[in-house]
Ligand binder design. Structure first.
Ligand SMILES: Cc1cc2nc3c(=O)[nH]c(=O)nc-3n(C[C@H](O)[C@H](O)[C@H](O)COP(=O)(O)O)c2cc1C
Length: 219
């Protein structure tokens, strides 16, 4: 039964563009086949705790002697890891906050990046290798080459590094830029472009969802 794990992390429940694009993706994925299912986790509405114990970064067999993580925290981590391992496709809404990830999403990442469970180590290979991960990134400003913001998006690279390089998932980006063009005077000249980028992101998300939801693994 093809399963999509759909994560949102925007703190904006009314006008969020990442939420709108992930919702469009999830809707098409669900309808692409009667067997498809979607598991939705709203990391903002239902936040996870910070990782409470550094030993939880490692699979149990790789932890140092004497470490004793709280069983309740370990059980939560096991549930999050199982949810990820059970997913055929991962979809994440990634708003850019202070040039970085929302803390709600970082807490999820800290729980699920576990050498020996989700990432390769001496006791395991890469169980998620080749699985698609679609990142819908939304950011207020302009991050074009040559602008003052060039290279200042520190959210996308860390996700590409952990999900792509460490966990070896196949990462695809869908980017919505200039989302503040209609509200920040300095960006007023880019309103039309912002709307065009949003429309393009919605179309791209729907196309990817149709492919991945019908079992085609190459976006
Ligand atoms: C706490 C916070 C911090 C933000 N920091 C940045 C930033 O560093 N750079 C930027 O371009 N936009 C920033 N923004 C604007 C958001 O990236 C923008 O509103 C984006 O559309 C948020 O995603 P969403 O529409 O899915 O909620 C910030 C917004 C918030 C709420």
């Amino acid at each position: 039964m093809p399963t999509l794990l759909h994560l949102d992390s925007s703190a904006d429940r009314l006008t969020s563009r990442s939420r709108a694009v992930t919702a469009a993706f999830a809707s098409v994925f669900r309808r692409a086949s009667p067997e498809n299912t979607v598991v939705h986790r709203d990391l903002h509405a239902d936040p996870l705790p910070h990782l409470p114990d550094a030993s939880l970064h490692w699979a149990a067999r790789l932890r140092g002697t004497g470490t004793q993580p709280d069983p309740v925290a370990e059980e939560l981590q096991q549930r999050l890891v199982a949810e990820l391992l059970d997913a055929d496709v991962l979809l994440i809404g990634v708003p850019l906050y202070n040039y970085s990830l929302p803390s709600s999403l970082k807490a999820w990442l800290d729980h699920i990046h576990v050498p020996g469970l989700t990432a390769p180590s001496v006791i395991s290979d890469a169980p998620l290798a080749g699985r698609p991960a679609v990142l819908v990134t939304s950011r207020g400003g302009n991050y074009d080459k040559g602008t003052v913001n060039e290279g200042r998006d520190h959210a996308t690279p860390v996700l590409e590094l952990i999900l792509g390089e460490e966990m070896r998932m196949r990462v695809t980006l869908v980017t919505v830029g200039l989302t503040l063009a209609s509200s920040v005077p300095a960006l007023a000249g880019s309103t039309d472009r912002g709307e065009r980028e949003y429309g393009h992101a919605l179309r791209r998300a729907r196309a990817l969802a149709a492919q991945l939801g019908s079992g085609m693994t190459t976006p």
